[in-house]
Every structure is written in structure tokens, then in C-alpha cells.
Design a binder for this molecule. Sequence first.
Ligand SMILES: C[S@@+](CC[C@H](N)C(=O)[O-])C[C@H]1O[C@@H](n2cnc3c(N)ncnc32)[C@H](O)[C@@H]1O
Length: 433
Amino acid sequence: MKLEMQKSEPPEISSKNQEFRKKGNSPICDLAHLSVSPASPQVSAFKFQASSSSSPLLPILLKEIDEAGGAIPFRRFMELALYHPELGYYASGRAKIGKEGDFFTSVSVGRIYGRLLASICREAWELLGTPSEFTIIEQGANDGTMALDILEALTESNDACAAALRYLIVEPFSLNRERQQQKLAAFSRVSWIASLEELSCFSGIHLSSELLDAFPVDSLRWNGESWEEEVVAAPDDQLCWKTRSVSDPDLAMAAALLPTNLATGFRVEVNPGMRPWLHSLHRKMDRGLILTVDYGQSGEDRYAPHRADGTLLAYQAHQRFDDPLPEPGLRDITAQVDFTTLGRQAREEGFEILGYSDQHHFLVGAAEPWLRSLGDLLGGSTPNTQKDLRSLQTLLHPSTMGSQFKAIAFGKNFPASPQLSCFKFQRPGVEVL
Ligand SMILES: C[S@@+](CC[C@H](N)C(=O)[O-])C[C@H]1O[C@@H](n2cnc3c(N)ncnc32)[C@H](O)[C@@H]1O
């Protein structure tokens, strides 16, 4: 959850109906193969000069915009801003999560989040018939905190579940991988791959927290008659929004599924990386489930009037910026997840939706056995338990993390009943998808 402390400058004014030549699609899901210009000195020969921005990525963006004929799709801008191999916010190692960083996530609230996910993993292992090999795959593991919390919880008792466990992290960036390796040095059955392409067939669970909101998105605006694409241009070396008609066939197909009874100027984001991500996982999964937790919404809620300016935001030092264009590479950029589209695409890929819930009801279900086990012991509980309970309160809070975050799970050859405990109290539930 990006807990915002301060609202910043308003979005830059977009101008409409301008046509620009467009760059081809760039890889979205597979960051290991991100294609970029090098962050090298030859950039200085380029006709644009870096503006007053302190972003070292700016000259690279200006060059790419120029080569593309004056504008690039927003998804390409976001891809470079977050994942340029040397200067992207996530690839450079600049991303910091938690109190001293740029934003909080559920993982950074405390170890209880990982411990509750560990209890879901154990339950999934049981529902799969306690197989002798069970793989937990985590994607978007950042510094490895959630992996540590899960592994500590699952290996506390030296039982059959701990013996069956393999933990695999999908990590495209070497700096992150090094941080994760240091943090997880005490655990022997952890391994790494750079992308889902390297994944072998597996049975188990794929976990992610705030992964999909970090996938590069396209931005569309309703002009009263049709959807137009919002692209990034740079007249006078200043990054700014422009609109053009939609020419990319995939984007045109995505636009055709959007509602048209919206106010003129309504913005939405389309996440083209979700479908290939689901496709890869369905192809590689033998038996198991995907569980992903992120902020976003489903159905009509996505098109509520207060979302008329879209859901793109940038974060830096716990400040929220409504315009994601300034300071590329120095700020996180996110777009909320469209759970209706995610659910539809998962079904189309062949998954069954096992549950869909806000974080409040999801974690209450997951925490119930632990809360019961505390019982009368509470008076004499340990400092760790007290800390866990305080973290849980933050994670559950119905006006912030408890309602804005959603958990969704997709199964393949996974028993539909008994239901996973975490979806026992689910709201709004699978029916809305
Ligand atoms: C908002 S952070 C969330 C970090 C962590 N899961 C948490 O909740 O605290 C998003 C993370 O997803 C990673 N990421 C984005 N796309 C990815 C991909 N295709 N494969 C692996 N990691 C990816 C980013 O590098 C970043 O570490």
C-alpha cells in the first residue's frame, strides 16, 4: 500500500488529437529481455539537453522519443522509468520500501503478513494431498523480506511440509538477487530464475504482493466518441502528455472492451502484461494456485467519478505525485489493478477462480486459527506476538489497507472444496468477477 502523506502538483495538461509515429511493442512481462539504449556517454551527443530534472534517465527518454518521431507509448515510458537495466527505479537498486523508503507495502508492515501467507501455503500443500515436493514461487520479491517471513514460519517445525518445500524466486535484477541471497542465506532450498521463461513445470503456489501494479500500462482517454491513447512527448525537452488515435491492434482490442458511457476526458489504464503472465503460469503449472495481492478494484467501482483521472501515481519519500512523468527513474510508478479484467483473463487461460476478497476479509480468514490459538495466553503474550497483533491491525484496517487491497487466487487442478480458510469470509467474492 502506498500510504500517501502529501498530494503534489496537478497532472500536466494533455493536448488531444495529435498523431505521432509509434514504436513497436516492447517486452512487458519478461523484464530479463528488456531492450534499451545504453546509459552511455554518447547520449550527450544527442540534440536534446537534460532539463532541470535531476533524472539521469531523461536524456535516454528524450532520445527514444525523438527516434520514435516525437512520442512513445506510456507503457514504454513506464518500462524504462522502472526497469531500465542501470537507471530504472527498480533495476538500479534505488527502490526502498518501508519507513525509510518511498512507500509502505503489506510486507513492510511486519512479519505477520508473510506468516499468514505461510499458513495459506501450508493449507494449499494439505489440499493438494501433502505431496513430497511443493514449490512456492515468489515474483517481485524485492529484498526478500516476505520470503524470509514465509520460510521462517514454514520451517519452524521440522515436519513433512518443511521437507517438501522448495522456494523459487523470479528475479530479473542482480542487485535484488544479491540482497535476497544475503537475507536467505540460512535456507538451503531456495533458488532463483530471471524470468518465467526459465520456469520448469511445477506443483505448488505462485505468490506475489504488489507485482501487477508495477507492470507497465497503456493509458487511454475517452474523448466523448472514442478511446484515444495517451503518449509521452517532449517538446522543448520537457516530458508531457499527448493524445493520439489508437493504432496498436492489441490496444485497440483492449479499448473495445471498455465502457463508453463515461464522462469526456475519463482516463483508464490497460495492463498488457497480465495476460502473458497468466498464460506462462498456466502452461508451467501442473497442479496448484496463483495467489496475488494488490490494490485495485472490480466492476463499476473502477469507473467511479473520483477515478476519472485514472489511477496512475508516482511515489517518492512517502509523497504521492499525481503525474507520473517527472523525475523518471527516481520515483515508483503504479497503476491500480483491474480485477475484473484479471479474473476474465485467468478464466480464459483455463484457471478456476478460487477466491476474490478485500484484504480485511482475506486476512481475517487466514488469521483465524492463529488468533484462536492465542486464546487465554494473550495476557502473557511475547513481544513478538504483541508486535504481530499491532501489524495485523494495520493490515486489516477497513479504511485503508483492509479495503484498498484485494487478494485473488486462481487454481489449476486444485480442489475447489474445502475452501481455503483465507476466502472463508471473502468480500466481495468471486460472483462479482
Ligand atoms: C511494488 S514492488 C513490491 C515488492 C514486494 N513484493 C512488496 O510487496 O513489498 C514491485 C516489485 O515487482 C518487481 N517486478 C515487476 N515486474 C516483474 C517481473 N516481470 N518479474 C519479476 N519481478 C518483477 C519489481 O522489480 C519490484 O521489486
